[in-house]
Write a protein that binds this ligand. Structure first.
Ligand code: ADP
Ligand code: MG
Length: 260
């Protein structure tokens, strides 16, 4: 369903130097697969998700969606179908909420893509995300977790085939994170979920793609295998080293990042 072939991407700094943020990225993702995209801050996760959402284009290599090369001319012709198929939840939910009320926010995509029974659909998704009581609230007056739920409801109600989630649990409390993980698991949808929180992995997906600090893929495979692979975890900086003093003997060992 999704294929990246040798993708590279760079941003320009103020001196117009190209700063590489993705290098040699290649992978295939099948329909209904759930994949965790891991990497430390700045490794390029958000950039890759924007690329997969057609918001930016690869500077090298190719991105194929269902066999079609996604580039400017493809999106010019297929913008509406592609936008309905591939949904991205950006890292900052506030940046994506632009309607006056929660109801309007969820209804917006439904109207845009010509769905019928809009009111029923809005209520159905509001119920799924337990946000019925805030349907008439202003989107600007919500907590981080509520914004996240409204955003997910507004993305899922248009029934996309691919859901790209950029650090979706950053604003969620532990019970809501648990609920989201189970909910995503139950959906027949292709999902790519970025996080630097490796402890989310086991529940959310079987497969992990890890981008290293060098912006290249350092691991693509089963999460269980990754968790046993300390050299790769160290290389990707997904573990950190602690110093401990036990009976005056200081020793160091590695820990998984599992806070947030
Ligand atoms: N719009 C931008 N302009 C310039 N540099 C950017 C821009 N967006 C991201 N970057 C840089 O690209 C690198 C990768 O960023 P990002 O994809 O956001 O990583 P991650 O999501 O893994 O934290 C970072 O060094 C970041 O500062
Ligand atoms: Mg990011």
């Amino acid at each position: 369903m999704i294929e990246c072939k040798n993708i590279s991407y760079s941003y320009q700094d103020f001196q117009l130097n190209e700063i590489k943020v993705l290098e040699n990225i290649s992978f295939k993702i099948e329909k209904n697969e759930k994949v965790l995209l891991l990497g430390i801050n700045g490794s390029g996760k958000s950039t890759l998700l924007k690329l997969l959402n057609g918001l930016i284009y690869a500077k090298g290599g190719e991105y194929l969606f269902e066999g079609d090369l996604v580039n400017k001319s493809y999106l010019k012709k297929n913008s509406k179908t592609f936008r309905k198929s591939v949904s991205l939840q950006m890292q900052d939910p506030s940046a994506m909420l632009f309607n006056p009320t929660v109801y309007d926010e969820i209804a917006f995509g439904l109207k845009h893509f010509g769905f019928d029974n809009i009111e029923d659909r809005v209520h159905h998704y509001a119920k799924t995300f337990s946000i019925e009581s805030i349907l008439n609230s202003a989107t600007t007056a919500l907590s981080g977790g509520q914004k996240q739920k409204v955003l997910l409801a507004s993305l899922l109600c248009i029934e996309p085939e691919v859901l790209l989630l950029d650090e979706p649990t950053a604003h969620l409390d532990p019970p809501t994170t648990g609920w989201l993980v189970e909910f995503l698991e139950s959906l027949d949808i292709t999902a790519i979920v970025s996080t630097h929180n490796i402890s989310l992995g086991r529940e959310l997906a079987q497969r992990a793609i890890v981008i290293g600090p060098n912006h290249e893929i350092v691991f693509d495979g089963a999460i269980e295998t990754l968790l046993e692979d300390m050299p790769t975890l160290i290389k990707a900086q997904l573990v950190h080293q602690h110093k401990h003093a036990h009976d005056k003997v200081e020793h160091k060992h590695y820990h998984l990042h599992s806070w947030n």
